[in-house]
Design a protein around this ligand. Structure first.
Ligand SMILES: [Zn+2]
Length: 120
């Protein structure tokens, strides 16, 4: 899984974690969604909201000092996946899911597909 900072474009270990390069952490809902959109996984292509090329293009915009822009459809898909995960409950439960990521991935896959079917 690759994650990139939405503020400076550098790569970082996890979408929601602090950026080692600029020290920023996504705090607002919108910034968290953008952080999720800027993730890319070779092993789990269904978790990707953009292609790696599109992410690279966004990183260039960020590096130039521009705000990243995605289509409302992409944003909504990421938002639905995120809010579904969040609504599953308490932080301990989220931690449990974090340790069993394959289950979480399946749930996200289902939600993304539902979003594609009903959100379009
Ligand atoms: Zn950064």
């Amino acid at each position: 899984m690759k994650s990139f900072c939405i503020y400076c474009g550098n790569s970082k270990p996890e979408a929601h974690e602090i950026c080692g390069a600029c020290g920023a952490t996504p705090v607002t809902h919108e910034d968290l969604i953008y952080s999720i959109i800027l993730c890319h996984s070779e092993g789990e292509p269904y978790l990707n909201f953009l292609s790696l090329e599109e992410i690279e293009a966004l990183r260039e915009e960020i590096a130039k000092g521009n705000k990243m822009e995605v289509s409302p459809q992409v944003f909504n898909q990421a938002q639905e996946a995120f809010s579904a995960v969040k609504s599953m409950g308490s932080p301990p439960l989220l931690n449990k899911f974090a340790r069993h990521t394959s289950r979480l991935h399946i749930i996200i896959l289902v939600l993304v597909l539902l979003g594609l079917i009903f959100g379009a």
